[in-house]
Design a protein around this ligand. Structure first.
Ligand code: ADP
Ligand code: MG
Length: 610
């Protein structure tokens, strides 16, 4: 049995943990100096790469070559992150759908930077166990999409770790609290770290966890509290000393660190003093907890909306929630605890160190995978619906949002054109009715279909989502057995704002979407009827009187005109009228076809008997 460690790869801090064989309890692994948290900071110096506490100290002196908060950039595109780049003192540039960080004349990708953090944790564990460590479970925020998870796996690979499982942080936290021992219950996990916010509603029953719903905001955390304090300090320094430091990178880093330290102190004290020695003057300022609360209240309250949405998505009432778990360093803020307690009307669990909970849970999951615990199953959910674009740009959803994974779904499709031998499959993710409003995940092609009339081929599309949330799409034509498959690996991530926008828009546009969808469906129906009637006129027009043919042509023209417009009712009515006008022709043609079939059968019989 090879050892698997659990790693919390955090925006701010990262940790590694394992399960002690003797006690069966998870434990974090400290470094040589006894520190448990490894700041997720990497500095590129002329002497080499520095990571953790040492790199954090270089934030001030080497802001352009010291990278922090890289988790915000993992698996993302330039469009996703460009708004927050003004907060990052290092240079980030777009590159082939992802972003790269420019360090002097060198370029590094976010997974490469994360890999440096992971390698440091790997070495820490190797020093502890005095043996090579090659396997790890790594946690990610519940809201991470496919490409962000993929980027995390890539980071592991770069660090020389086989990432045996990617686990949602809130899921790991509930394991750390041992809540699987509950006979049955609903758990809310509230996780506010440095850069991300996650809320998950889990159900536990007979030792089995099921994630009922997840929600959150990957752009909200303790960093934002610090930023709010910094903005306040900049203002104060301007009025006290007449200097604006907002464009001085070094001063900004000093302010950031001082603000964070003051915030941490104010979780335990009512008032504290900030002292920052600048070159020209020393800045000194007292700040009270009440003042801090005034600055961060809006940010704290911004976490409550996603909580309510998650509760609603889970299909439970707030009173159904039996346990509330607090995760992340920022949950030490007293105002936040009060708000969470009010919202859920429960005293939250906070016995374990909130910075360590996720790593401890990752260790428990690692232990399960290594075979240490076999009686436990973990289930997660898909954050967004997954579907296929069909005729007219309508999305056919195969796996709805919040479906428990791993999962698979299957649906039958067909062709819309006679003799079609290739089908383009477009995999989309989102809550809107039309593919153009959703996020495009992948396109692939099923070719080599035998030419058949439209509607004859039976194309079975299968979606498989594995335990890591990675999607595999397959298409198979059942008559010919032609098949094709892809693993969906989007080139860059979907930003949290995009996810939120998609979810919000799905509510805001729900009505308009339904109307657009119905119009397209009605048009598709009209097109089918038009094609059939044209063919019928060509093949059997001679079988009916001239006046009847004329009446059909007129009805056909009427429908063509209606189809060009947006009046769905009119398209529907004229389609029905054309159908009625061709009823007789269809009957006559059917008769003729039957007679022909009988005739040829007779001919065949005659030939045989010859
Ligand atoms: P992440 O999961 O993003 O890596 P952590 O769970 O380690 O983050 O939390 C880091 C955040 O917690 C930082 O913003 C830090 O300032 C904040 N934090 C840590 N301790 C305290 C405290 N005592 N009071 C308030 N905030 C704290
Ligand atoms: Mg965390």
């Amino acid at each position: 049995m090879s050892r698997i460690v659990g790693i919390d790869l955090g925006t701010t801090n990262s940790l590694v943990a394992y399960v002690d064989e003797k006690t069966g309890l998870p434990r974090v692994i400290p470094d040589q100096e006894g520190r448990v948290l490894l700041p997720s900071v990497v500095s590129f110096t002329t002497e080499g790469v520095v990571v953790g506490e040492a790199a954090k100290r270089l934030l001030v002196r080497r802001p352009a070559t010291t990278v922090y908060s890289v988790k915000r950039l993992m698996g993302r595109g330039y469009e996703d992150v460009k708004e927050e780049l003004c907060y990052l003192p290092f240079k980030v540039a777009p590159c082939d759908g992802i972003v790269k960080i420019q360090i002097g004349d060198r370029e590094v990708t976010p997974p490469e930077v994360s890999a440096i953090v992971l390698r440091s944790l790997k070495e820490r564990a190797e020093a502890h166990f005095r043996e090579p460590i090659e396997k790890a479970v790594i946690t990610v925020p519940a809201y991470f999409n496919d490409s962000q998870r993929q980027a995390t796996k890539d980071a592991g690979r770069i660090a020389g770790l086989d990432v045996v499982r990617i686990v949602n942080e809130p899921t790991a936290a509930s394991l750390a609290y041992g809540l699987h021992r509950l006979k049955e219950g609903v758990i809310a996990v509230y996780d506010l770290g440095g850069g991300t916010f996650d809320i998950s509603i889990l159900r536990v029953k007979d030792g089995v966890f099921e994630v009922l719903a997840t929600n959150g905001n990957t752009h909200l955390g303790g960093d934002d509290f610090d930023r709010a304090i910094v903005v306040w300090l900049l203002d104060d320094i301007l009025s006290e000393h007449g200097v604006y430091l907002g464009r001085d990178t070094e001063a900004m880093q000093e302010l950031r660190l001082a603000a964070e330290a003051a915030k941490v102190r104010l979780s335990a004290e009512d008032r504290t003093t900030l002292t920052i020695p600048f070159e020209e003057f020393t800045y000194r300022r007292a700040i009270t907890r009440a003042e801090l609360e005034g600055l961060i209240e809006k940010l704290v309250d911004a976490t409550l909306g996603p909580c309510r949405m998650a509760i609603a998505d889970a299909g439970v009432a707030p009173s159904d929630i039996d346990e509330v778990v607090l995760v992340g360093g920022s949950t030490r803020v007293p105002l936040l605890r009060r708000r969470v307690q009010e919202l859920f009307a429960k005293t939250p669990h906070s016995q374990l160190n909130p910075d360590e909970v996720v790593a401890l849970g990752a260790a428990v999951q690692a232990h399960i995978l290594a075979g240490g615990i076999t009686s436990m199953l973990l289930l997660d959910v898909t954050p967004l619906s997954l579907g296929i674009e069909t005729l007219g740009g309508i999305v056919s959803v195969l796996i709805p949002r919040n479906t428990t994974i791993p999962t698979s779904a299957r649906e039958m499709f067909t062709t819309s054109v006679d003799g079609q031998t290739i089908v383009d499959l477009h995999v989309v993710q989102g809550e809107r009715e039309l593919a153009k409003d959703c996020r495009s995940l992948a396109r692939f092609e099923l070719s080599g279909i035998d030419p058949m009339p439209a509607g004859m081929p039976k194309i079975e599309v299968t979606f498989l989502i594995d335990a890591n949330g990675i999607l595999q799409a397959q298409a198979k034509e059942l008559r010919t057995g032609k098949a094709t498959a892809i693993e969906v690996k989007p080139t860059y991530g979907l930003s949290e704002t995009e996810v939120e926008r998609m979810v919000e828009e799905s509510f805001a546009y729900a009505e308009a979407d339904v109307e657009a969808r119905l119009l397209i469906e009605t048009r598709n129906e009209a097109d089918t009827v038009i094609t059939h009637v044209e063919r019928a006129l060509r093949q059997g027009g001679e079988l009916v009187p001239v006046e009847e043919r004329e009446a059909i042509r007129e009805a056909l023209e009427e429908l063509r005109r209606a189809r060009a417009g947006d009046d769905r009712g009119r398209i529907r009515d004229t389609t029905a009228a054309l159908n009625r006008a061709t009823e007789h022709l269809a009957d006559v043609m059917m008769d003729a076809a039957l007679k022909a079939a009988l005739g040829s059968k007779r001919a065949a019989e005659i030939m045989e008997s010859d």
